[in-house]
Design a protein around this ligand. Structure first.
Ligand code: AHR
Length: 291
């Protein structure tokens, strides 16, 4: 059960799952697009249990609220593999394994980058005014990225003017940035908790007659590192993007193959990730990007 088509990242993640778990590869995939709603995911999981599937793969919208349905899957002896975002459950035997990215590490890396960038420009930390367009509230990606930024605010003494969810979509990212720009005329940095929010925020900045990117009024930082983010950095709009790798299909297939052989799998598996900014040879890196 997938979150929905909220971002380029999500499209790449869905594609990775569908191309891996194809009939050609010997799988029967029942795919459910939950449209970013947990209640749709709960219904989908109950349908999967009724259909007596062999495995349930869940990319949870938010972290909480899974205990009951995961207990139902456990009672039915169906292993549940959690992908990308985490679940916060009282008993971790309710799922078999989790594979995804370390969102708190991503947030911390972004804060370190911002500190290095503003310091190199000779900007005093107390003069750095930040707004944060958050992801879907209660999702692992939002919790980790917001926390990484908040730690940076505490450590370095920046001013966090406002935080509001852009629900990981471009349209909402634009709307939230428009409202931030109306409320504050001294924004130096916008942290967008995914690339699509950044694309919306950049449109809002330009529509307000301001500029952004390395030569502009406002520093724009985002997460995911989709191809369009590289294009945005090359165009001089986006400053930096912190990678969140969506290509989980083959990794999940490997887990399933191990489970089929009766082998142990690790409970928590993090994926290695990089970051990219305009100091790099982005044209060359873009040629190597798979999503
Ligand atoms: O959980 C991963 C996040 O969800 C990605 O950053 C975002 O683009 C997606 O929709």
């Amino acid at each position: 059960s997938q979150v929905g088509a909220e971002s380029d990242w999500r499209t790449a993640n869905t594609e990775s799952m569908k191309s891996t778990f194809s009939e050609e590869n010997g799988y029967e995939l029942i795919f459910d697009d939950a449209q970013q709603k947990q209640e749709n995911q709960l219904t989908a999981i109950r349908n999967f249990i009724q259909q007596e599937v062999d495995y349930i793969l869940l990319a949870p919208v938010t972290e909480t609220g899974w205990d009951t349905v995961l207990q139902e899957a456990k009672d039915a002896d169906i292993p549940v593999i959690i992908v990308d975002r985490m679940v916060d459950v009282s008993d971790d035997s309710l799922y078999t394994t989790w594979i995804g990215t370390d969102s708190l590490l991503e947030g911390r890396k972004a804060a370190e980058w911002l500190n290095a960038y503003t310091t190199a420009k000779g900007i005093d930390a107390k003069d750095v005014n930040i707004v944060d367009i958050q992801g879907t509230i209660g999702s692992t990606a939002q919790i980790g990225r917001s926390k990484g930024l908040e730690e940076g605010v505490d450590n370095y003494g920046w001013n966090l003017l406002a935080q509001q969810s852009g629900e990981f979509t471009q349209a909402k990212g634009q709307e939230v940035m428009e409202s931030f720009l109306k409320s504050y005329d001294d924004i130096d940095v916008v942290i967008c908790e995914n690339d699509n929010e950044a694309f919306g925020a950049i449109d809002a900045i330009k529509a307000a007659g301001k500029t952004c990117g390395p030569e502009g009024d406002i520093i724009v930082v985002s997460f995911d590192s989709v191809k369009a983010a590289f294009e945005s950095m090359i165009a001089g709009d986006l400053n930096a993007t912190f990678e969140c790798n969506p290509l989980h299909g083959p990794r999940v297939a490997e887990i399933i193959q191990k489970l089929e052989k009766g082998e142990e799998v690790e409970k928590i598996q993090y994926v290695d990730e990089a970051y990219f900014d305009t100091s790099m040879d982005l044209e060359e890196i873009l040629k190597t990007r798979a999503y």
